[in-house]
Design a protein around this ligand. Structure first.
Ligand SMILES: Nc1nc2c(c(=O)[nH]1)N[C@H]1C(S)=C(S)[C@@H](COP(=O)(O)OP(=O)(O)OC[C@H]3O[C@@H](n4cnc5c(N)ncnc54)[C@H](O)[C@@H]3O)O[C@H]1N2
Ligand code: MOO
Length: 404
């Protein structure tokens, strides 16, 4: 089978993927969730003209000539407006966030005054509207402020609260069953046999699923037998997973049985093997409603493929926009060789030169088993198929690893 391009693989993976059902959730649990419907302001903010500073509510005309002494007729702390009206020669002691009383048209900050009993002397003049936040400065009732499909972040949560939403409608989290495969694997904390290693991929992928708004379901480790694999794959269907991620056993070896067993469980294959490094043996398909993504076993391959394929799949299931693969560029810190036919994702360190330009330097060793390099990396340099050799200083696309 020929290798297909990353773009073609993504298109096949996402074909016919529809957003999951929606649910109402408390705002306090909405971080990272995708809005199912636009959010409209349920109130105007601020709801009244408010003071932006601690000081005195005055009539600007009264202090056009300074010094000018005014009579303090009351006080307005936040949460307790002054009910009277400020007349000529009068002022109200006011604090940040309090409603500006009728009659006043400016705030004089306390640093520019001298207080003497219930009189205050203005030492500076101020223009009308000084330090007054008009009603609706931030937003007005009915305004659409957060679009459907937005993955809520800390700023959105604050805004949704200010708009007076205690709950929001979000797409439910995708359920993602994760199955490690291989006789060589034991769980962290166990004592591996002489020919064994610790299973790392399922932990990394589960954390990544959470980062993408999904709920990981750990199916454990299946031994390299058809029976063991069939039981675990059946479990993913039983658990009503939206996605089944298998790890390893995707390549061409005699013990790479995953695809065969998935096939015997009714999987329809969307693609297998792509022109990408790392990640060549990537496979996708579906067993009825369960989307299957077969990630290669090499640890870095499983993580890079998660970034490039699992993330768009989980975002699409949640009705969210998929960001472009690369949005940034950097200058090469050292030359890189010409590329072959596979789109290459090169682990690299980011730094900044004296002018503040981002500089990206590839690690010398790029073996897809090296997790320590993956953690040391800040970004992946993205090399298109057959990209010519590039020298230090040339600008290349990068994919940052430190953003969620
Ligand atoms: N003759 C060929 N051999 C290989 C090819 C090929 O095209 N022809 N492709 C290579 C590439 S590229 C990759 S990537 C690997 C991936 O193969 P599999 O998906 O079948 O993965 P495994 O063989 O099961 O494992 C590969 C490697 O990763 C380790 N591993 C597996 N699962 C885990 C886990 N959960 N945690 C940590 N490490 C894991 C496993 O022990 C192996 O070392 O195939 C190449 N071979
Ligand atoms: O695709 Mo493999 O992932 O190059 O190591």
């Amino acid at each position: 089978m020929a290798l297909i391009s990353v773009d073609e693989a993504l298109a096949r993976l996402l074909r016919d993927v529809k957003p999951l059902e929606t649910e109402a959730i408390p705002l306090a649990r909405a971080n990272g969730r995708v809005l199912a419907a636009p959010l409209f302001a349920r109130r105007t903010q601020p709801p009244f003209a408010a003071s932006a500073m601690d000081g005195y509510a005055v009539r600007a005309a009264d202090i056009a000539q300074v010094p000018a002494t005014l009579e303090i007729i009351g006080e307005a702390p936040a949460g307790h407006g002054f009910s009277g009206s400020v007349g000529p020669g009068e002022a109200v002691r006011i604090f940040t966030g309090a409603p500006v009383p009728d009659g006043a048209d400016a705030i004089l900050i306390q640093e520019d005054t001298e207080r003497n009993g219930n009189r205050v002397t203005a030492l500076e003049s101020v223009p009308q509207g000084n330090f007054v936040r008009k009603a609706g400065l931030d937003f007005t009732e009915g305004q659409e402020l957060i679009a459907a499909g937005r993955r809520l972040n800390f700023r959105d949560i604050a805004l949704a609260a200010a708009m007076n939403h205690a709950k929001v409608h979000a797409v439910r989290r995708p359920r993602v069953a994760i199955l490690a495969t291989g006789d060589e694997l034991v769980l962290p904390g166990q004592e591996p046999g002489p020919d064994q290693i610790i299973a790392s991929n399922s932990f990394g992928v589960a954390a990544f699923v959470e980062d993408c708004g999904g709920n990981p379901i750990d199916l454990g480790i299946a031994a390299d037998t058809e029976e063991a694999l069939a039981i675990k794959i059946g479990k993913a269907v039983e658990e009503k997973a939206d996605v089944l991620v298998t790890l390893g056993g995707a390549s061409v070896g005699d013990h790479d049985l995953v695809q065969d067993v998935l096939g015997s469980q009714g999987m329809e294959l969307a693609f297998w093997r792509i022109a990408m490094r790392p990640g060549k043996p990537l496979m996708a398909g579906h067993i009825g409603p369960v989307r299957v993504l077969g990630l290669p076993g090499n640890p870095v391959s499983s993580l890079v493929c998660s970034l490039l394929f699992l993330k768009p799949l989980l975002l699409t299931l949640q009705g969210a926009q998929i960001p472009p693969r690369t949005m940034e560029t950097a200058r090469l810190g050292a030359s890189i060789a010409e590329n072959d036919r596979r789109e290459d994702y090169i682990r690299a360190r980011l730094s900044f030169d004296e002018q503040g330009n981002a500089v990206v330097t590839a690690f010398e060793r790029q073996d897809s088993s090296m997790l320590a390099t993956m953690t040391a990396a800040d970004a992946l340099i993205v090399r298109s198929p057959h990209a010519p050799a590039a020298s230090a200083g040339e600008i290349v696309p990068i994919l940052r690893l430190d953003i969620r």
